[in-house]
Design a protein around this ligand. Structure first.
Ligand code: GAL
Length: 384
């Protein structure tokens, strides 16, 4: 495990929290893994299977060790990890930097090094580390550094996912703490407002995300249709148009892509969206450029354009309409760095409809549905 940079691109996988909260068990995890494998999710990059809060007993054992809930996980966590690994996936678990987890189970405060060793023994590849029940006298920076050192010296490569919620200007210092990803907002829920607010709150922080330390805009709600694990998460659900915009935003903004729906009951529309390899390729582009926002004076206040430079000289272009009625969204190519004098046009490929969208010179102007988007992959082509 020496000298290998972990988690250079945004991680992809599945997390139990959004749909199942405390109702988790070994059977559910293995059924989920089997479906993800069978339906081709692993091939597309969804490799981390993360068990969130509520997996343990309410108290540590007499030796101070975390104990898996014997009803939920009768064979223990190593058995689950082994089964997940045997199917080709990586295994993630959850703890908290305070004395208790957010749902009241034992947290890792003052147990950081023994817990990290325990996770390593079980075969854990990814630890989500939450932010509840903290002691008053310590700041998050110190608490997250502790777990980084503990994991980095546990004898196993473990991705460190700091679930910090975006307080204390986390984006400014988190990279120094050793975390590979950092939750930058409060919990997502299955509503358009939550998707919109999270995206808007991170638009000016995108350049803080980069190889090995990713801005985690929270798990995906796509495909949940209002079936969250509690009332807060359920929140009424979204339309397919809204889920498409959600996934496109997370992809373009370099967020981790952690599925949160019940994949055992996934429908074709959600499957097509989450497996859209053009959107995944934008998220996983090896150059890892932060996107930038382009303003065009003719666009209304709720329309905006995101541009992300990709490897090989290509460019991803996202036209977004956050308004409640259809809107025209325009972008002038000189704002992308393409002057008229260059004699180049853009050849567009429509990533959502997965079709060629022809050549455009100088500008692009589209009608975009309410809460909708258009995502293009563009290549420069000599104008005839
Ligand atoms: C929250 C966290 C959620 C989930 C939950 C579990 O603090 O943001 O993603 O992990 O705790 O209790």
């Amino acid at each position: 495990m020496k000298n290998k940079a972990l988690c250079q691109l945004p991680p992809m996988g599945w997390n139990s929290w959004n749909t199942f909260t405390e109702n988790i068990n070994e059977e559910l995890i293995l059924e989920t893994v089997d479906v993800l494998k069978k339906e081709g999710f692993l091939e597309k990059g969804y490799e981390y299977i993360v068990i969130d809060d509520c997996w343990s007993e309410m108290d540590r054992d007499e030796n101070g060790r975390l104990v898996p809930d014997p009803v939920k996980f009768p064979h223990g966590m190593k058995a689950v990890a082994d089964a997940v690994h045997a199917r080709g996936f990586k295994f993630g678990m959850y703890s908290c930097c305070g004395t208790r987890t957010c749902a009241g189970y034992p947290g890792s405060f003052e147990h950081e090094f023994e817990d990290a060793r325990q996770f390593a023994e079980w075969g854990v590849d990814y630890l989500k580390y939450d932010n509840c029940f903290k002691v008053q006298h310590m700041d998050d920076e110190t608490l997250y550094r502790r777990m980084h050192l503990a994991l980095a010296n546990s004898g196993r490569d473990i991705v460190f996912s700091a679930c910090q919620w975006g307080t204390e200007n986390v984006h400014e210092w988190i990279r120094t703490s050793g975390a590979h990803l950092f939750r930058s907002t409060e919990d997502i829920n299955d509503s358009w407002f939550s998707i919109r607010d999270i995206a808007l709150s991170q638009l000016d922080k995108m350049a803080y995300s980069g190889p090995g330390c990713h801005n985690d805009m929270d798990m995906l709600v796509a495909g949940m249709y209002g079936k969250g694990g509690n009332e807060y998460i359920s929140a009424g659900g979204c339309s397919d148009e809204e889920y498409r915009t959600h996934f496109a935003l997370w992809a373009m903004m370099n967020s981790p892509l952690m599925i949160g729906c019940d994949v055992r009951r996934i429908n074709q529309t959600t499957k097509d969206l989450l497996l859209n390899e053009d959107l995944i390729a934008i998220n996983q582009d090896p150059e890892y450029r932060a996107p930038f926002r382009v303003r065009c004076t003719s666009n209304g206040p709720e329309a905006f354009v995101l541009v992300k430079f990709l490897s090989g000289g290509e460019t991803a272009l996202g036209l977004f309409n956050f308004g409640d009625v259809p809107a025209t969204v325009a972008v002038d190519f000189w704002d992308l760095g393409l002057p008229l004098s260059s004699e180049y046009s853009l050849r567009l490929y429509d990533c959502l409809n997965r079709t060629d969208a022809g050549m455009k010179k100088e500008f692009l102007k589209e009608t975009v549905a309410a809460h909708g988007c258009r995502i293009y992959r563009c290549a420069l082509t000599k104008t005839k």
